[in-house]
Design a protein around this ligand. Structure first.
Ligand code: BGC
Length: 422
């Protein structure tokens, strides 16, 4: 048995927009309904987690899971600028209480891609004041709920906009979240989304567009300010953020390029995160660079539903790279695979977790592993066609269908270790 450190955080993760349903006051909802929208589906009721969270959290506990990472939806708490909904705060208070009633440790993300529609009227993530508005929302939430939140992530994948931009520019890649290559130069459907947010098109600037230097600085500022506020109100809450980090590798001649990519994805954020209590790492695959750019996948390569290379070893690769440059604890806040073949998912988790084990054995402070995702859910522009969950959902009846991978993960959590399987 490969044993993990005591109190290792085993669990799964979701985000509000992807599971709750009816998140009607957010910019992504507006995008789903825009003319010419690139979203394959509308999120609609999603998996109705807003209503079914009690049963869902109980199920997680029955499976043996110990941690649940979810997000609080800014657009619910503050549906209009400056108005904070007490009843929505009560909702999340109850979600937190239900976690404790079931012996589950909550980890809360304050911003997971979606922002309130009204924020677009103020220029969204291109307006420096957004940092203050975001911190204010965090203040309101933490005054009420701070004592119930042991782990907080200010924002999810602050580097994703940069990654998406790189991928369009270099590889004509169609990214999974609310953006398509065309829109960087011709934002047609965005005009309609902007209209429905009541924003002028030149003000419409969602989180996923924050890839230029000015916007990156606003995001960093938002993180710093939110962290400050959270720490002031709730000093015991551990605070960090998450980064999307493919394992960036090189073959001969690609070293300099790989290093440049790593600088964009990771190193340029270091100044804002190096004093955090921990960093959340999210890994799904690797990117390999050669002298002529990213090396395309060979035809026989096994890929996931998202088209990513099946490469569970990427997680350990990233942990080692991060630990080489940043001296704070690491929590794997997302790692997973979109597939309908649950045996391949179990194998993915095994190999990824084994990699984590060896990182810890080598002295790296990794404190948790959260699989993405708890449920098959709304995968942004891909809609409901991707199957990341360890729990399936029949969306007609909203019935939960436990997969073997959920039991596998639950057993890992209960044993706090991985059976030797080779
Ligand atoms: C995001 C999730 C998303 C997942 C799978 C991460 O980028 O945080 O919201 O569903 O990857 O694509």
């Amino acid at each position: 048995m490969k044993r993990f450190p005591e109190n290792f955080l085993w669990g799964t993760a979701t985000s509000a927009h992807q599971v709750e349903g009816n998140n009607i006051n957010s910019d992504v909802w507006a995008e789903e309904y825009s003319d010419g929208s690139p979203y394959a589906d509308k999120s609609g009721d999603a998996v109705d987690h807003y209503r079914l969270y009690r049963e869902d959290i109980k199920l997680m506990a029955e499976l043996g899971l110990k941690v649940y990472r979810f997000s609080i939806e800014w657009a619910r708490i503050e549906p209009e600028a400056g108005y904070y909904s007490k009843s929505e705060i009560e909702h999340y208070k109850d979600v937190l209480k239900v976690c404790y009633d079931n012996g589950i440790i909550p980890m809360v993300t304050m911003h997971h891609f979606t922002s309130p529609r009204w924020l677009m009227r103020f220029g969204g993530w291109s307006n420096p004041q957004t940092a203050d508005r975001f911190a204010k929302y965090c203040e309101v939430v933490f005054k009420e709920l701070g004592s119930l939140i042991p782990y907080a992530l200010t924002m999810n994948e602050v580097n994703l906009p940069v990654m998406l931009h790189e991928l369009f520019v270099n590889f004509n890649f169609k990214p999974p979240v609310g953006i398509e290559a065309k829109t960087w130069t011709a934002p047609e459907w965005r005009q309609s989304a902007a209209r429905s947010c009541g924003a002028a098109i030149d003000k419409y600037f969602t989180f996923h567009m924050a890839s230029d230097e000015a916007a990156i600085n606003i995001i960093k500022d938002a993180h710093r300010k939110a962290k400050e506020v959270i720490k002031r109100i709730s000093p015991d809450t551990k605070v960090g953020l998450t980064l999307a980090l493919p394992d960036v590798q090189s073959i001969e001649g690609g070293e300099a390029l790989a290093d440049k990519v790593w600088l964009k994805y990771f190193r340029q954020y270091l100044d804002a995160i190096k004093e955090d209590d921990f960093i959340g790492i999210q890994n799904y695959t690797r990117e390999v660079y050669g002298p002529n750019g990213q090396v395309p996948l060979a035809e026989e390569t096994e890929v996931t539903e998202c088209g990513y290379e099946y490469y569970p070893e990427g997680l350990a690769g990233v942990i080692r790279k991060v630990a080489g440059e940043l001296n704070i604890p690491i929590i794997v806040t997302e790692n997973g695979i979109a597939t309908q073949n649950d045996e391949r998912r179990v194998e993915f988790i095994k190999r990824a977790v084994e990699g984590v084990y060896f990182c810890i054995a080598d002295g790296i402070d990794v404190q948790g592993y959260l699989y993405w995702s708890t449920f098959d859910n709304f995968e942004w522009t891909f809609g409901y066609n991707m199957h990341f969950g360890v729990i399936g959902v029949d969306r007609l009846t909203q019935k939960r269908i436990v997969k073997d991978s959920a039991r596998f993960l639950g057993n890992l959590a209960q044993n706090n270790g991985l059976q030797d399987y080779n």
